[in-house]
Design a binder for this molecule. Structure first.
Ligand code: GCU
Length: 438
């Protein structure tokens, strides 16, 4: 049997203390300090990563606990005025959203960004059994001969009747795609090059870390290192983090394509997986010359809504990958609802250009449903600009490509990767926009 415990209210306790006169020394705290939280297992029973962020937040995978939220309306200006036409979108709403993303999330490219000088260093006219021309192009950042440089590998169909559309694929590893036997690869990241070339497109890659290291405390190297203001060891709080640097480099490679007579630079698609999917979305948002963008499993701070408490969160990202972002991003752990933007706006900034988004059943960390809902919530901007949205708000359906509109989506059975089914669906989607020279 439980013995009833006498319970004194706070005012009664305070009253007793006053009656007893001032304490001689500070009273012992009534309760012991909170025990440190129990260690978390690395994953939950389904294999989803479990993390406890410094804010105390623990990863959630329960749809019933994602919380309620209100997304910023893509078609309402910060001053509360509605956006009713394309002109207001392009002249007011789009610029203000870009400003917010630059200042608060990814960081702006400083005016001191280096010039990039491209040179074709090698041309092999007969690779892949004579079906392809391979070019290696080196882009030097800045004017120091030993400064950072990016190696672009470009594969072109050997029998093109004119300039060809190109799929520019940002890679974690930089080996030429013909070399498939590299045990180092973390992801099955090389595209189906033969299929891409047979469709009449070119395929190009570069390795992201040639532009900027992907690690903590490396601001003084790479392109960011070239642009640090005198006396600074890190960029200013609104200046670029690594994602902005990688995205900027993708645009510089597009500058090169504009000078290559074999490339149709008005039809260049940008592809990236995971952190490079975030990068692709941000590059497409800023540079309307990209004709089409494919962010694969881009997740938190990419294609998935941050306001949903599911999988990775702002709290995890700000502590695990601070160098990806502007310093100002550190304002938002624990305050997701104060973010001035969310993933639907990043997608919408790509409009009217098509975006194809993927997620995987075994990639709940990236919140595939949050990716789908972001694509749905970007729909009003596509419609305003005379384009077609996803065509449904019910989903995501499993293993069923949604590619009838200008926003595309595929939720694949499987892991955090660009699966063969994703490539197939993406290429079918891309066909609507990229016409080969015949
Ligand atoms: C981590 C990170 C993700 C990111 C991924 C990747 O898992 O939490 O946000 O997308 O790395 O880039 O592989």
């Amino acid at each position: 049997m439980n013995t009833p415990v006498p319970c004194l209210s706070v005012p009664v306790i305070l009253g007793l203390l006053v009656l007893a006169g001032p304490p001689v020394r500070a009273a012992e705290p009534a309760t012991a300090p909170a025990a440190p939280p129990a260690a978390l297992p690395r994953t939950d029973a389904s294999g989803n990563p479990l993390r406890r962020a410094p804010t105390g937040h623990v990863s959630n995978y329960d749809e019933a606990k994602v919380g309620t939220y209100t997304l910023p309306d893509p078609l309402v200006l910060q001053n509360g005025q509605p956006v009713r036409d394309a002109d207001t979108w392009f002249k007011q709403r789009r610029p203000e959203l870009l400003r917010l993303y630059k200042a608060e999330i990814y960081g702006r490219v400083p005016e001191r960004a280096p010039q990039v000088t491209f040179a074709v260093v090698e041309t092999d006219p007969g690779v892949m059994n004579g079906t392809a021309v391979r070019k290696e192009i080196v882009g030097h950042f800045g004017d120091k001969p030993d400064g950072p440089a990016v190696h672009v590998h470009l594969y072109l169909p050997a029998k093109a009747a004119g300039r060809v559309p190109v799929l520019l694929h940002l890679l974690f590893f930089g080996d030429p795609p013909a070399d498939a036997a590299n045990g180092l690869r973390r992801f099955s990241e090389i595209g189906p090059v033969a299929d891409i070339l047979a469709r009449g497109y070119g395929y190009a890659t570069f390795r992201y870390t040639e532009v900027q290291a992907d690690s903590a405390d490396t601001y003084q190297s790479g392109v960011i290192g070239l642009t640090l203001a005198p006396g600074r060891a890190i960029p200013a709080a609104d200046e670029w983090g690594a994602i902005s640097a990688w995205a900027w480099a993708a645009s510089r490679v597009l500058d090169y394509f504009e000078t290559d007579p074999a490339v149709d630079a008005r039809h260049v698609a940008l592809i990236g997986h995971s952190r490079l999917g975030k990068t692709a979305l941000w590059a497409g948002a800023q540079d309307p010359r990209f004709a089409l963008v494919f962010p694969s499993c881009a997740g938190e701070m990419g294609s998935a809504l941050s306001r949903r408490d599911y999988g990775e969160t702002v709290d995890d990202m700000a502590v695990n990958f601070p160098w990806w972002f502007a310093g100002n991003f550190q304002k938002y752990p624990g305050h997701w609802n104060d973010l001035p933007v969310d993933a639907h706006l990043l997608i919408a900034l790509n409009a009217p250009h098509p975006v194809f988004i993927t997620g995987g059943t075994q990639d709940q960390w990236a919140d595939p449903r949050g990716e789908f809902l972001a694509a749905v919530a970007a729909g009003p901007v596509y419609r305003l600009l005379g384009k077609k949205d996803l065509g449904t708000s019910d989903g995501p359906p499993l293993d069923t490509p949604l590619i009838t509109g200008d926003l595309g989506f595929l939720y694949h059975t499987g892991a955090h990767t660009i699966a063969p089914a994703d490539w197939n669906a993406f290429l079918a989607f891309a066909e609507k926009y990229l016409k080969p020279a015949r």
